[in-house]
Design a protein around this ligand. Structure first.
Ligand code: PLP
Length: 468
């Protein structure tokens, strides 16, 4: 074939020519004729573009058919790929937060495969309520009178504010006007709920009298927000829930608390620091509490709203609830997750979030020692590998300043020249593995925190595909 691009362009096979190639016959069997024809057109267009750009791609019909088949095979894989989360953050929002307990996976799959009594009361044959499947469990575990559930905690906050305070004021401490990653900013949510924000106190100090003075005829509620992802330290003051509840009760306005992560058990049981428990907030007199399903609770994405019956009923009747409701799969998974909490002694065995958070450093370090030679051999001479102490985080804004002692591998380029680029190349190669490995780069090293690695054999087998 000539080196002249125009001649090569004219010599490109037609779609029909490529369709006769064996690879296309295979593609049609695997992916169907319309998809195969589209892929052939795309492969031809890509070859044409490469020729125009002065390159010399293979342009025989077989080569183009192979390219088309490769495109189809790549498209057939989900983009939502399983990864090894070695970032050191257990509830990593970008990696899908909580891993779901087996019991919850099974419950969700069963609900997917069959018609279910989502809104059917079998006893009466009448229409039932979605919330009925969770109400009893949530109330049992939180001590609340009533409960409802929506898409996520952001939706829960939005729905509560819109129902109880639309057109009126919500009183919030200046120390609690938070931004959670992913564009959840409290003042914006308050505005979108149709509520006017009334700020009280200062950034570092808010007193009971600040709340008391701010509550007036336009006040619909007082909102307390758990400052999940930061802490104000030093000369600070915030009003304890019980004291604030006394103030709001006296003035006849509801106290709403956004706990963010919230938890249904005392985490100190597993050596973790204290995180506000839902039952404590309810017990302290909070009228409505909201929290996430996929943070410390360890279930699928959801937002719980629990509290006083009369308020919950009002919230559940808001037409917006329909737009924010959850489906049968998540409902099934949530109920199964909550059921595990009835047996706290076995929670760490059954609930991956607690299991991973409770892992002790010596066990993780032992794994690091076993994996060190495997990883070092795979990486060859260009990198050094050593065992390092790590500090894992819970993530998703829970206990932001608390870390859990962990262990991992630190990989560093041997040569100091071009060190940054070598690290980036290594991180990219780890992401290209059949099961991508997500670590973090810190102080000139690629760190793989092993807290969330449970399947060591799968990790080792996966590493065989490393292409630096
Ligand atoms: C995480 C968080 C939210 C948002 O919850 P999602 O379930 O992610 O929607 C809201 N408020 C607080 C305090 C949080 O920590």
């Amino acid at each position: 074939m000539t080196g002249n691009p125009d001649a090569r362009l004219r010599a490109l096979p037609s779609v029909d020519d490529v369709l006769k190639a064996d690879a296309v016959a295979l593609a049609i069997v695997r992916f169907g004729r319309p998809a195969a024809v589209t892929a052939v057109r795309e492969a031809l267009a890509a070859t044409r573009a490469a020729l125009r750009a002065g390159n010399t791609p293979p342009s025989q019909p077989e080569a183009i058919a192979d390219a088309a088949l490769a495109r189809l095979a790549a498209d057939a894989c989900s983009n939502l790929r399983p990864v090894f989360n070695l970032s050191g953050t257990v509830l990593h929002t970008n990696l899908g937060r909580a891993l779901i307990a087996e019991a919850a996976v099974e419950a969700a799959v069963a609900a997917m495969r069959s018609a279910v009594t989502l809104e059917l009361d079998l006893a009466t044959g009448r229409r039932g309520e979605r919330d009925d499947h969770l109400r009893r469990l949530v109330c049992e575990l939180s001590g609340a009178e009533d409960a409802t559930v929506v898409n996520n905690n952001a939706a829960a906050v939005l729905l509560v504010l819109n129902t109880l305070a639309e057109g009126r004021e919500a009183v919030v401490s200046r120390g609690e006007l938070i931004e959670i990653g992913g564009a959840f900013r409290l003042p914006d949510i308050i505005a979108r709920a149709g509520v006017k924000l009334k700020e009280v106190g200062t950034t570092n100090r808010t007193h009971g009298k600040d709340y008391a003075q701010a509550i007036g005829p336009k006040t619909a509620l007082v909102l307390k927000v758990h400052t999940s992802n930061y802490r104000i330290e030093g000369f600070t003051k915030q009003v304890e829930t019980r004291a604030l509840a006394a103030i709001t009760r006296e003035r006849g306005v509801p106290l709403v608390s956004d706990l963010g992560s919230g938890t249904l058990v005392d985490l100190s049981r597993w050596g973790l620091a204290h995180e506000p428990a839902v039952a404590e907030a309810v017990d302290a007199g909070t009228d409505i509490v909201t929290f996430s399903g996929d943070k410390l609770l360890g279930g699928p994405q959801a937002g719980f709203i629990v509290g006083r019956r009369e308020l919950i009923q009002k919230i559940a009747r808001n037409p917006m609830k329909r737009a924010l409701r959850i489906d049968k799969m998540r409902l099934a998974a949530l109920a199964a997750t909550l059921r595990l909490y009835r047996d706290p002694d076995r929670l760490a065995e059954r609930l991956p979030t607690i299991r991973l958070l409770a892992r002790k450093k010596p066990a993780i370090a032992a794994m690091a020692r076993r994996l060190l030679p495997v990883v070092a051999t795979r990486l060859g001479d260009v990198f050094t590998v050593e065992i390092v102490a790590c500090a894992s985080q819970i993530g998703s804004g829970a206990l932001p300043l608390e870390t859990m002692p962990s262990a991992g591998l630190a990989i560093r380029p041997r040569a100091t020249r071009g060190e940054g680029r070598a690290l980036e190349r290594l991180a990219a190669a780890l992401r290209r593995l059949p099961v991508p490995v997500v670590g973090r780069i810190e102080k000139g090293a690629q760190i793989l925190d092993l807290r969330c690695l449970e399947d060591e054999a799968a990790f080792t087998a996966n590493l065989a595909g490393l292409d630096l």
